[in-house]
Design a protein around this ligand. Sequence first.
Ligand code: BTN
Length: 266
Amino acid sequence: MEKELKPEIIKPDGAVYTIYKYAELDSTNEFLRHHCSTLADYSVIWANEQTHGRGRFTRVWNSVPGQDLTFSILLPLTSLEEKLRQNITQIAALSVTQLLEVYGLKPSVKWPNDVLVHGKKISGILCEIVKSKNNVYGILGIGLNVNSMEEFLAFIGIPATSLRCELRHKVIRLNLFKKLLETIINCFSVLCQSGFTQNRMELKKRLAFVNEQIIFTDVKQESYSGRIIDLNDDGTLLFECEKRGIISLNSGEITFNNLYLKRDYQ
Ligand code: BTN
C-alpha cells in the first residue's frame, strides 16, 4: 500500500526527468507498471522505503529506509528497435558503474544486471517491459546501496557493500541520484540514436569475471561451466562452455559452484 499519496515532486532546471518521491511504496517497479500509461516519459518513482522490493528470479530487494536508493524510471521504448530493448538492463549497469567511478570507486558488472565493488554487490537492476495497445514502456528499476552500514549488509545473504562502506563517509543521495539519472538518460539516448555499439565498448571494459572459470545457470536452471570470452555486439555473452563449445548466453546468472559470488570475496 502507498503510505503517502502525495509525492514530493523534484524537477531540476533543464532536466527531462521528473522525480516523484514517495515516503513508502511496496515496489517502485510495481507502482510504475500500474501508472505508466498516465505518466510522462522519464518519470522517476523514488520510494524512501520499499516494503516489497523485487529482484530477478522472484528474489526480494532489501534496503535501509532513508539511506539507500530504490527507484524506477519510465523509458519510452515504442520507437526503439525491438532487438535493442534487451540492452536496457546493460546500459543501466553501465550508468551505475560510471556514476561510481565519479566517486573514485572501481566497479564491475556481473552480467547482466548486477554491479559489484571489490567483488561485493552494490546495485541490482530489474528491467521490465510493459506493452499497451499503442505503446511500449521500459520500467527500469534500480536498487543502489548508498548509505547502508555493514550491520545491515551482513544480513542480505550475499556479499554486499554500499558507497558509504567503500568511501567511509555518508553520501548526499539527491546529488548522486541526479547524476545517475542524467547518465542513464544519456546512455539511453545513445542507444536510441546509434544502437548498442558505443555502450557495448564501455560495458566491455567493466565486465567482471572475463576469462575466469564460472558456472552459468540459465533461466531453465540448466548449468554450464566454462569461461566468459567476450560481450557480443548484441550484448549477449560469448562463452566457452566445457561441454558445448563456444555459445552465446542471453539470460541467466553467473555463479561459482552454486555461490552467487566467489567464496574468496566473503
Ligand atoms: C536484482 O538484484 O535481482 C534486481 C534488484 C532490483 C531492485 C530494484 S529497487 C527499485 C525497483 N523496485 C523493485 O521492486 N525492484 C527494483
